[in-house]
Design a protein around this ligand. Sequence first.
Ligand code: FMN
Length: 211
Amino acid sequence: MNILQINSSARIEGSHSTRLAHSIVERILADNPDAPLKVRDLSRQPHPQLDEATLGALFTPPADRTPEQAARVALDDALIAEIQAADVVVLGVPMYNFGVSSQLKNWIDAITRAKVTFMYTANGPEGLLKGKKVYVALTRGGVYRNTPGDTQVPYLTTIFKFLGLTDVTFIYAEGLAMGAEAEQKALASAHAQIDEAVASAPTQIELAVAA
Ligand SMILES: Cc1cc2nc3c(=O)[nH]c(=O)nc-3n(C[C@H](O)[C@H](O)[C@H](O)COP(=O)(O)O)c2cc1C
């Protein structure tokens, strides 16, 4: 069972979402100690944005690409290969200005590729990243769960479903900027959500038996 951890805070140190993503992974590893783990830290290694040169590279047939274009596409290919290989994907997702971080958006833009991670059929779009479990640790200064202010959950649910990622569990840590007590409560609640979510997921042995 391959685990992929995506850290998408701009913070290299002291990120709540990275810490919670790490806690989810530790909890999974406790039940699956031999599971290989790949950590993609978008704060330490930001992925380049989808600009005009990148679009030019992506829409140029592989045989006709310049070395620079091939190198740019290869950066996206690496992220696609990581998620294709993963059975479990764990993301740390901070709220920035009512959206996801640009680091996470760049990752999503990189892994969303026609005929590779999704395709259009006569019946509409079909996601090609199937059979994976996704955990998302959401961290926010305020409290927006189940309100119109939470643009992240509808967005992530939509794009993940488009890619075939339909088994998504959201872990919420909200009110982190509302004082020390609120912060403590939010983190304790998030850890309880993690325990509950991971405990109810099938273990590696159960997955192997089901296969
Ligand atoms: C640039 C910036 C924008 C933010 N925007 C929001 C926001 O729109 N809503 C909110 O509830 N919190 C907002 N926050 C607070 C963060 O969501 C909170 O600090 C969270 O812990 C960030 O995750 P991290 O610790 O993993 O970096 C913002 C923080 C920063 C630095």
